[in-house]
Design a protein around this ligand. Structure first.
Ligand code: AP5
Ligand code: MG
Length: 213
């Protein structure tokens, strides 16, 4: 099953993808996580991407398209994958369609997670992430037992550089202008499954399972 998780920053794409990995036994492919991992290794790609990410802007299409083209051909994607944060522009979606057509493959479902703007800002400014395993937390909505350590692996928790209120506002504007039009793009292909993204984390997971069954 080839899935796209579509939704604004803070909608819960990463949170839900991590739960879906266990359920469906397919990998999560997050372009944001891949770019942050490149930055951690101080590669030219990561350092270049940081200039855009810190401002809340999208990195250029060709950069992320190249990443995805390589990644979806890897062995663990044989039975499918969950694209998290890609595509984010119509040009990215068209490029993906082209790559998949050449592989005789396609997208099965686009899960569109919908959340109010005020809630998104609260979620993002309170997010903490584990440096070691990538699990996400929220200081109020999903707090770890120890405020600085991951419950799962005891890794150190950190706050993303782009999770301050000014950058969050830019990211939300960029989403409205450049990513929101993708819902219509995929609606025309009859692939969109809309999910109410407000409520408990488990409750939203149950909604996703239901639309996929
Ligand atoms: P990326 O890392 O993809 O960030 P994003 O899209 O802005 O989305 P987030 O990761 O912030 O949100 P999420 O939906 O995953 O929410 P989460 O589950 O963590 O991209 C970062 C940057 O990289 C971009 O700005 C861009 O520069 C670049 N980039 C990446 N991909 C690109 C592309 N394709 N093209 C160009 N540039 C690209 O949840 C958020 C918080 O809410 C957490 O604290 C969580 O615990 C909490 N939470 C989750 N669910 C609930 C709930 N139901 N109730 C209460 N709290 C909840
Ligand atoms: Mg994410």
């Amino acid at each position: 099953m080839n899935l796209i998780l579509l939704g604004p920053p803070g909608a819960g794409k990463g949170t839900q993808a991590k739960m879906m990995i266990d359920r469906y036994r397919i990998p999560q492919i997050s372009t944001g996580d891949i770019l942050r991992a490149s930055l951690k290794e101080r590669t030219p790609l990561g350092l270049k991407a940081k200039e855009y990410m810190d401002k809340g802007l999208l990195v250029p299409d060709e950069v992320v398209i190249d990443i995805i083209k390589t990644r979806i051909k890897e062995d663990d994607c044989r039975n499918g994958y969950i694209l998290d944060g890609f595509p984010r522009t119509v040009a990215q979606a068209q490029a993906l369609d082209k790559v998949l057509a050449a592989m005789n493959s396609g997208i099965d479902h686009v899960i569109s997670i919908e959340v109010d703007k005020g809630e998104l800002i609260k979620r993002l400014t309170g997010r903490r992430t584990c440096r070691q395993c990538g699990r996400g937390y929220h200081v109020i909505f999903d707090p770890p037992v120890n405020k600085d350590l991951c419950d799962k692996c005891q890794g150190e928790l950190y706050q993303r550089d782009d999770d301050n209120e000014d950058t969050v506002r830019n990211r939300l504007e960029v989403y409205d202008a450049q990513t929101f039009p993708l819902i219509q793009y995929y609606r025309e292909k009859n692939l969109v499954r809309s999910i109410d993204g407000q409520g408990g984390i488990q409750q939203i997971f149950d909604r996703i399972i239901q639309v996929l069954s």
